[in-house]
Design a binder for this molecule. Sequence first.
Ligand code: NAG
Ligand code: NAG
Ligand code: NAG
Ligand code: NAG
Ligand code: NAG
Length: 636
Amino acid sequence: MRSFFLPVLSLTLSLAASAIADPTLSPWKLHERRSHIPAGWTRTQKLDSSASVPLRFALAQSNIENIEALLYDVSHPDSPNYGNHWSASQIAAKFAPSTESIDTVRSWLIESGVEPHRMKLSPTKGWLEVASTVEEAENLLLAEYHVYDHETGTKHIACESYHLPEHVTPHVDFVTPTIHFDAKVQKRTDKSYGRVPIGQPGQGSTPKTTGQIDGLLTQIEDCDKQITPICLRALYGLWYQPVAGDKNSYGIVEYSPQAYVQSDLDLFAKNFSTGLEGVSPTLVSIDGGSVPTSASSFDYNGESNLDLEYGMTLVTKGQNVTLYQVGDSVEGASFNTFLDALDGTYCTFEGGDDPNQDPVYPDTASGGYSGQEDCGTVTPANVISTSYGYNEADLSAAYAIRQCNEYGKLGLMGVTFLFSSGDWGVAGNGGYCLNADGTQSPDGTIFNPAFPATCPYVTAVGATQVSSGKNVWEPEDACEQVIYSGGGFSNYFSTPDYQKAAVEGYLQANPISYSKDIYNSTGSRAYPDLSANGANYAVAIDGSFSLVYGTSAASPVVGAILTMVNDARISHGKPPLGFINPTIYSAGFAGAFKDITNGTNPGCGTLGFNTTKGWDPVTGLGTPYFPSLLAKWLTL
Ligand SMILES: *[C@@H]1O[C@H](CO)[C@@H](O)[C@H](O)[C@H]1NC(C)=O
Ligand SMILES: *[C@@H]1O[C@H](CO)[C@@H](O)[C@H](O)[C@H]1NC(C)=O
Ligand SMILES: *[C@@H]1O[C@H](CO)[C@@H](O)[C@H](O)[C@H]1NC(C)=O
Ligand SMILES: *[C@@H]1O[C@H](CO)[C@@H](O)[C@H](O)[C@H]1NC(C)=O
Ligand SMILES: *[C@@H]1O[C@H](CO)[C@@H](O)[C@H](O)[C@H]1NC(C)=O
């Protein structure tokens, strides 16, 4: 994949030193500019110059250009190092920004009047944080901050572009809050300045429902009308009792204000899951994440209930599920909030500081610059399923690439990251498509890929269905009820090696009839990687059962299947799967998936792409068949 803003180490020391000594010698350079305001947002008033802005500088990381090769070394089935995953401290040591990067940015800030006690280096050294005011931030970055209003009423602080001195540029990937609409922004005196939390209903990333159902259909013949756990077991051959539950882990991430309701989990368990009644997932609260005790509505409980009812039931009571509840219900959270927790800054929280209550930037003038690599790192679960997503175009390329590299690092540590591929076919959340100028609108005509699904270091999960009149022993079709399986080609990431043959094979056998202006045909990361059922799920929500649709359902199901593969591997003394993509696309795994060859993923005024024999940008490699996957993975 491509890496932007790599450190350019060609500056000689004396040049760098003189540039630091006199900032005027180093002209400011445009660092990032937004081409347009994201859909749903309007720019309003200028921000009060005395308001506080926590500036975060994403420092350029060392060795990040090698991450793909490093990841293959431990994840490719032919590699002698397969499964030799890294420890958190190895990761920190390999990718920590160089001392030169840290010193250059710090020196510039000090020269510009920022006292050292207002700066804090994150434990992984990836971020330099500065407690700043709007006025100071505007001077540091030659930027103008405004308040942006979202149609849902939320507010966000951002600027249209920002600059850095030329000698600082190679050492910084990007700065937040600036042009990004995902950044975690806090204004402690006024809670309303958050961005729209990713778990907020109406963001288009939550599942859909056609409403309550009259009665549960629990016969295997009825799986075309209602999906219940037995249908999924039959479809994917998942008959397995875990034996290594105490050594294994399965994590499901939920973003507040979405939250599960225990009485609903119990209602589901009574009907479908022996021994799970009264059982809760193991809560890991991140940045104030909590689970309210009462139900509120499908919009707030649908996603979490779906993920946990099916996730917990399919792995049975022999395997606990870890719930990462991210963000408090006011601020919500971003994917980076979760990644921060897994990658080092979580220690602040574990140590008793809650970033939502306590000062985000404590006065730590000294210390913290060495020896903290392991500080507070949450041991991530072996498999982590996430059913939330953005459109790639909601984020800048630099921001998406940096986050994607973070998933790569967790892959190196042996974590399998699953993301739902989106519910709008080739369109983005809410059915929005791209226009030629980069804006998104419902009448746009250019396909709008999903993120993090397009990150080459995660596994993207699309959706299938048991079509009306068919049974679970017949092949499924691409999901064309209520939702369409998200799929297509990235605009930010190029084709990773592991899927080159599959994607080229598809394009050769199925020349795409669309104009090259509406999809990216220049050698991009294609998604999804695989798929699972996403239609007609019976889900207990707010005291009764509703029919639910979404790739949101498919991701936790695949997560449960991979968790059971991990159980078998662990009980055989083998390491967990880690990053699976190089393996599932490899020749040895041909036939381990049930190929989906019927259906498309419409969007942007088109029928989308065609499913076909082999991999396709609708259902990926197909649906997992547990007995085959288990047999193959036990040989690695
Ligand atoms: C699941 O968690 C409960 C409560 O912490 C614990 O008692 C039980 O042993 C765990 N089960 C497994 C299989 O680890
Ligand atoms: C199953 O769910 C229904 C609601 O659809 C509920 O009335 C019934 O009591 C549940 N079954 C059991 C065995 O609890
Ligand atoms: C298509 O994707 C590539 C990365 O694979 C990117 O460099 C290029 O800018 C994208 N094209 C468009 C029109 O976004
Ligand atoms: C999908 O297949 C149909 C029938 O073979 C074909 O007419 C159509 O052009 C294909 N779609 C694309 C996007 O290539
Ligand atoms: C293709 O899928 C549709 C539902 O989307 C279904 O009605 C049809 O029977 C399927 N065709 C075949 C050949 O299986």
